[in-house]
Design a protein around this ligand. Structure first.
Ligand SMILES: Nc1ncnc2c1ncn2[C@@H]1O[C@H](COP(=O)(O)OP(=O)(O)OP(=O)(O)O)[C@@H](O)[C@H]1O
Length: 267
């Protein structure tokens, strides 16, 4: 059976800058992969290529064996690849529920969305059920601009999950969220995502979050995948600690026991 996602010699240049090169990655259902790398390592370029937001300069991207090269972000989303953004892409002056209903029109109704009413009992019920899974149903009638960043992040993810993607890419789900709320947010997201059997990739700078939630880690350095493997193995690799993490990680007996030294990779 074809892998859920397979990239073959994926490459992207911006003028003289090689943002990504030689990216060969395979991913299967149910996997939870942390994507790490210091600023400018190529993580967002990779996510943008896999979701159709930018086209590669070379190589191929296969989703369940089908190439998605040349497809628009919407067509990639219809092929089963969802994403959330570092800065949530929301209609700030609309309510949480209205944002969900618009996402419904774009992703679930598909081709005939312009002929279908935005609000129906069935859609409202489905939208509320997904909000409940992400523990933000109580905000359904609130205007987005009045809500804390953590709720907006959850809403952005919930909107993408409405389409029940087979692969979900989360670009820095915890950025801009207070340290004490990061684990709460990730607990909610991972519980919901794991229920769906979607494969998940999340870009993350905080190694405690990576250790706690990722089964596998892809470490980017200078546009390349420096290491790809089980979380403990990759994070204990001295090369990864030196070039990617920027400090020693003590992975001894306690999996979440990370060094508290300043982390240059943290934003
Ligand atoms: N649109 C663009 N035009 C020119 N250069 C770009 C563009 N997008 C990315 N780059 C360059 O490509 C390289 C990889 O950038 P990318 O944003 O993918 O890194 P990143 O790992 O996501 O970093 P960060 O953690 O800061 O988000 C960097 O050198 C960056 O300056």
């Amino acid at each position: 059976m074809s892998a859920l996602l397979k990239t073959v010699n994926l490459e992207r240049t911006f003028g003289a800058v090689t943002a990504a090169t030689d990216i060969n990655v395979e991913l299967n259902s149910g996997e939870v992969v942390g994507v790490i790398g210091s600023n400018g390592a190529g993580k967002t370029t990779f996510i943008n290529m896999v979701t159709g937001y930018i086209q590669p300069s070379g190589g191929d991207i296969l989703v369940r064996g089908q190439s998605i090269i040349g497809k628009s972000p919407r067509d990639v989303s219809l092929a089963g690849v969802g994403r959330s953004f570092q800065v949530p892409q929301l209609f700030q002056e609309l309510t949480v529920l209205e944002n969900m209903l618009i996402a419904f029109g774009f992703s679930v109704d598909r081709k005939l969305s312009f002929l279908k009413p935005l609000r129906s009992k069935e859609k409202v019920e489905k939208a509320r059920a997904v909000l409940r899974e992400y523990e933000i149903e109580q905000y359904a009638e609130e205007v987005v601009s009045t809500l804390p960043q953590g709720v907006r992040k959850l809403l952005d993810i919930a909107m993408a999950m409405l389409a029940e993607p087979g692969l979900m890419l989360l670009d820095e789900p915890t950025s801009g969220v207070a340290i004490e709320d990061k684990f709460l947010l990730m607990d909610t997201v991972m519980a919901a995502v794991r229920k769906s059997d979607a494969a998940t990739m999340f870009v993350e700078h905080d190694m405690e979050v990576v250790l706690r939630y990722a089964d596998r880690v892809l470490a980017f350095y200078d546009g390349r995948v420096l290491a790809d493997g089980p979380t403990q193995t990759v994070l204990s690799d001295p090369k990864v600690q030196e070039l990617v993490v920027g400090h020693h990680l003590d992975l001894g007996e306690n999996e979440s026991n990370t060094s508290k030294e300043p982390d240059h990779a943290r934003t």
